[in-house]
Design a protein around this ligand. Structure first.
Ligand code: HEM
Length: 425
């Protein structure tokens, strides 16, 4: 028997054949597969979708640095077996509302710079610091509503309303209609998750249409009577030598701001608590030393990355880590895998609130498309956990979660529910 403490062998992972990206069970917990892919086939073509899964941290960094090879403009990408219903979706928006056009997230530099200048000054560090009392108040209000019950369904009573109400206020939409906003945002995201039925995709178009007509009226109002909100900025800003945004462009900017500001942060807060419930020793560390909360937020984003990955299209044949990706292929940058890459994060499969380099996570992407809402999302997460830990003790899962814990999607990581009990402090 060896007397020297040995580092445990890395977990075996799962056989690659089991990595069916369309299987909701795999989507709920893809990490053992990611581990195998990183070890055996870091650039892997999914047989179900034809997409190339890129799973290593440094390979994703390479993609991000080379938009001329991996484009964000995927106008010409095919839509797998559901081409007809996606065409119908486009037709509904084109006929009764505003068709999708390429703005911001769907553009490459230098065109991308034009869109970024509208929002780059919106959620700067200093502006978000000023928002602390406002976010704290919102967190307290939400907790007030369930604190005396000693139990709640944390996702629907806290993780959904917090970011939804915050982004509604910031954009200039009515906060009391946050559930309608959430429905709009979910409908905008669902088709991209590649798990929706034809009927659901068509319904998503009608729901998005409802949002578009609502936004149209608000834009027209803000054009005449600007307020201190983002919709007023979008509709009234004129950059020198540039035309004002068209209604098509305004609608698509709203699409990205609404979807960006909602489900991502909901997922981050929900998984933050889930991680603490699964790792009571980490909860105890956090309760003992509140200064760890900032690092805990980074570790949560690393360990359970809200956007499991995003897409790019190869502009030519490109060789990446030994695999040739043919021109026009869709590439999936698996952020959720990069964030557990053992070459970047020691013992990456362990959730550790005091991890030294947790801040190196890439849950917000990197480079030119780096998330403009990152500071705001961090603010919401920090306020949420500081106040939740102050006001409650002994938080527990009220009952075991069912087998399918997450909503089906190939790129989002949407925890369905988190029923908890707690003691009021
Ligand atoms: C934990 C919360 C969040 C996560 C994990 C997240 C994740 C991301 C990621 C990975 C990207 C990069 C996209 C790419 O590489 O193509 C991105 C971009 C973006 N995010 Fe976020 N986000 C979060 C919160 C927010 C919030 C609160 C807002 C709204 C204010 C927002 C709005 C956007 C927008 C508009 C973009 C597009 C930026 C561009 O293409 O230049 N996000 N986000």
């Amino acid at each position: 028997m060896s007397t020297v403490a040995e580092k445990p062998a890395p977990a075996a992972g799962m056989p690659i054949e089991g990595f069916n990206v369309l299987d909701p069970k795999v989507q709920g917990c893809p990490y053992p597969y990611y581990q195998t892919l990183r070890a055996q086939c870091p650039v892997f073509q999914s047989p179900q979708t034809g997409m190339y899964y890129v799973t290593k941290y440094d390979d994703i960094r390479f993609i991000k640095k080379h938009p001329e090879l991996f484009s964000s403009d995927m106008t010409h990408s095919s839509r797998g077996g559901q081409k007809e219903i996606f065409n119908r979706h486009d037709e509904i928006l084109r006929t009764y509302g505003w068709a999708h056009v390429q703005v911001l997230q769907r553009t490459d530099p230098p065109a991308h710079n034009r869109w970024r200048q509208y929002i780059d000054r919106t959620f700067t560090a200093s502006r978000v610091n000023e928002m602390k009392p406002y976010v704290d108040e919102m967190v307290n209000e939400l907790i007030d509503a369930f604190i005396d019950r000693g139990e709640c369904e944390f996702v629907s009573e806290f993780c959904i309303p917090l970011p939804c109400k915050v982004i509604a206020d910031q954009l200039g939409l009515p906060r009391d209609q946050y559930l309608r906003l959430k429905a709009w945002s979910d409908a905008m995201l669902m088709p991209g998750g590649l798990m929706a039925t034809d009927q659901q995709i068509e319904q998503c178009a009608w729901t998005e249409l409802d949002a578009q007509h609502f936004f149209y009226k608000v834009f027209e109002d803000r054009r005449k009577q600007p307020r201190n909100d983002i919709m007023s900025v979008l509709v009234n800003t004129r950059f020198e030598g540039e035309a004002p945004m068209s209604m098509h462009e305004l609608q698509n900017m709203m699409h990205q701001l609404i979807t960006g500001g909602n489900e991502t942060t909901t997922s981050a807060i929900a998984h933050g608590l889930w991680n603490l419930l699964k790792n009571p020793q980490e909860m105890a560390k956090l309760r003992a030393d509140r200064k760890l909360i900032k690092n805990f937020v980074e570790e949560t984003l690393r360990y359970e990355t809200p956007v499991l990955g995003l897409f790019r299209q190869a502009t030519r044949d490109v060789e990446l880590n030994g695999t040739t990706i043919p021109k026009d292929s869709i590439v999936f940058m698996a952020y959720g895998s990069a964030n557990r890459d053992e070459e970047k994060f020691d013992d990456g499969e362990t959730f550790d609130v005091s991890r030294r380099n947790a801040g190196a996570q890439i849950a917000f992407g990197m480079g030119t498309h780096f998330c403009p809402g990152a500071m705001l999302a961090r603010r919401e997460m920090i306020s949420a956990f500081e106040i939740l830990l102050d006001r409650t003790d002994d938080i527990r899962l009220a009952r075991p979660l069912p087998e399918h814990t997450h909503e089906p999607s190939i790129f989002l990581h949407q925890l369905r529910e988190l029923p908890i009990t707690f003691k009021k402090r």
